[in-house]
Design a protein around this ligand. Sequence first.
Ligand code: AP5
Length: 249
Amino acid sequence: MQLTRDRKAWLEGPGAACNSRPEHNPRPRRLVLLGAPGVGKGTQAEMLCAKLGACHLSTGDIFRAAKAIGACERSPALAAALQYMRRGELVPDETVLALVSERVNCLKCEGGFLLDGFPRTVAQAEALEQLLKKNKLSLDAVVSYELPIEQIVARLSGRRTCPQCKAVFHIDALPPKLPGICDHCGATLYQREDDRPESVRVRMEAYETSTAPLTAFYSSRGLLCPVSAEGAPKEICARTLEELRNRNP
Ligand code: AP5
């Protein structure tokens, strides 16, 4: 299966129409990706979604998409959220949960989903559990990517992102065909402001304090699926699919 899913309803909110055709997915997967900032969750999410026909739902992408709309059109909560993000801090749970709740149709989609960057705290994980239960849904697995910190920092410092289609590159490991230009839509790539060293340090601390405890949370529910994030993106994707097949043949 090789499907590209439309993320308009996720990125822009419930007012936006989604052009996906979920009836083409015979086996919808509902997954969460965990791992430190820069471990490669977004890169894997893109590859896995193309293989599984699920939709890539990243909360970080919602905030980055919000930057593109005019400052006066942003709600006060969204404007405050962008300040937290710029500093590398976590956005408050209630703001994140409000954004996810108003996009609940994306979770109910018959094509399945792959959540990237959410949940990020135990409170968010508990709220997701309730939201899914209310809609008679459940997670298939929670993939937890693991990599030594020095490799993570190298991945973050070389990352380049497309402002239009959100594609992610790396100056050494995953370079675009033309330096600084997106392979997919031709836009000029940029370096995320939260990839500056001072923000990276804050993000790593937030991960250790708030997000790392999620591995125990999901382990206690029998959902945790640890995967090594070493090696090339294609190898990691193949490793992940194999782990998922082993869990749910
Ligand atoms: P978010 O966008 O979720 O960022 P993150 O978790 O910090 O993760 P990243 O996007 O930085 O990294 P990634 O693991 O996706 O790595 P990538 O694939 O890009 O969140 C940003 C901010 O939003 C947060 O700090 C917070 O403020 C806020 N936020 C979002 N959700 C929130 C929530 N639920 N609650 C509260 N706040 C929230 O890869 C990194 C680089 O490595 C790329 O250049 C890539 O090309 C390269 N690379 C990938 N794989 C490989 C490989 N195998 N080998 C070599 N290079 C590789």
